[in-house]
Design a protein around this ligand. Structure first.
Ligand code: SAH
Length: 365
């Protein structure tokens, strides 16, 4: 079988090149790119502005639909979780988070994840494989069509966060290819500053990102203020410890434009990393590296197999106050979609909602 080109992962230039390779004029490539990326059409047959003969050629040589939605879960807070399958039957999860001013889509960069963060459910899948640029873009197209209607323009613009399953910086090239395609004004037109990617700390890629002019925003998952604790919670720390990570963050910060900032994420685990002393250590660490980043405190999203509980709200407040008195801006994130396994660290291809999952666990020793 001939490998068909996924046009969802092709830039406008690549689509034009592909179409001219089929003996068609370049403008047909522009039409095709707009159909896939601007009008979000998922079937060549529905691209009625293209001649039927071309549509038939495209059916044989290309594709725009490699992902299939297997199930869809809607939270009491309006968050939607999409469990999709790749052509080779691997799980891909994407989350839609409605917000007052602007909606956010959280996409996955890998199926499963190779990192073994002890507080994250995705870690339990292991790495199945990295997703292609096309599979990343398709996630956004599928969710936008589901939420707003096929091809309907998005009413309020969309923010994207690369905080779903996987480590985006271990799939750097496809990730940046996807964000580049999505930024095309003739396509989805979701520009890089509307996109934030989160890394557990792949230091060389942070330095590489620092050199790229049109790049997404950066978030770094910290989870601990000392190497000793971070080694335990996020084993990637043994490869790139805090000093190296924060030096790379500083290098990145120096390339930011005025008023731009990046973010640290700090998951708050009850009795593990949430004491006043941890807060002081964290503030001192960031201040010592002269980092002006803000800290998002994320209450832990519990899941049955994980050995942690979220920090109580009073603990989170105290932690936040200590950071602030030491000059570090901190914000508490409200968890979204916990009841449908859609919140941070809960994406593990769970096929039911949380109640059903608990029962399922009892049945499988
Ligand atoms: N691998 C990337 C992106 C995915 S994780 C990274 O590590 O940054 C996205 C965020 O969810 C991270 O900040 C992580 O610390 C957080 N997270 C993971 N498990 C969580 C959980 N169970 N509860 C709350 N946040 C969690």
């Amino acid at each position: 079988m001939i490998e068909r080109l996924n046009l969802a992962g092709s830039s406008q230039d690549e689509v034009i090149e592909f179409v001219t390779g089929l003996g068609e004029p370049a403008y047909r490539g522009r039409q095709l790119f707009a159909a896939v990326h601007h009008r979000r059409v998922r079937d060549f047959n529905e691209m009625s502005d293209l001649p039927r003969a071309l549509r038939e050629r495209l059916q044989e040589t290309a594709t725009v639909t490699t992902l299939k939605v297997e199930s869809r879960f809607v939270s009491s807070d309006g968050t939607r979780r999409f469990l999709m399958k790749t052509h080779d039957n691997l799980p891909v999860e994407t989350v839609f988070i409605p917000e007052e001013r602007r909606d956010t889509i959280c996409f996955s960069s890998q199926s499963g994840c190779p990192l073994q963060c002890t507080f994250c459910l995705t870690a339990q899948l292991g790495l199945l494989r990295s997703l292609t640029a096309g599979e990343i873009v398709e996630q956004i197209i599928i969710v936008l069509n589901d939420v707003y209607g096929a091809g309907v323009p998005t009413p309020r613009g969309t923010n994207l966060v690369g905080m779903g399953a996987g480590e985006p910086f271990l799939n750097f090239d496809d990730l940046l290819k996807a964000t580049g395609i999505m930024g095309d004004r003739d396509g989805l037109f979701i520009v890089p500053h509307r996109i934030t990617v989160s890394t557990a700390g792949v230091v060389p890629k942070i330095c590489e990102l620092a050199k790229i002019p049109a790049r997404p925003n950066l978030a770094i998952s910290l989870a601990a203020p000392t190497d000793e604790l971070r080694d335990e919670l996020m084993p990637i720390n043994k490869k790139w410890p805090l000093e190296e990570l924060l030096a790379a963050c500083k290098e990145f910060e120096e390339t930011l434009k005025p008023r731009e900032r990046f973010t640290f994420e700090y998951v708050m685990l009850d009795g593990i990393n949430d004491s006043d002393e941890h807060a002081r250590q964290l503030a001192n660490l960031l201040n010592r590296h002269k980092l002006n980043a803000k800290v998002n405190l994320i209450p832990h999203n519990p899941a049955d197999p994980l050995p942690y509980q979220p920090s109580p709200p009073a603990r989170v407040d105290s932690f936040k106050r200590i950071l602030e008195t030491k000059g570090v801006d901190a914000f508490v994130r409200r968890p979204r979609g916990r009841d449908i396994f859609a919140a941070c660290g809960q994406l593990a291809a769970v096929t039911q909602n949380i109640g059903a999952f608990a029962k399922h666990r009892e049945a499988t020793p």
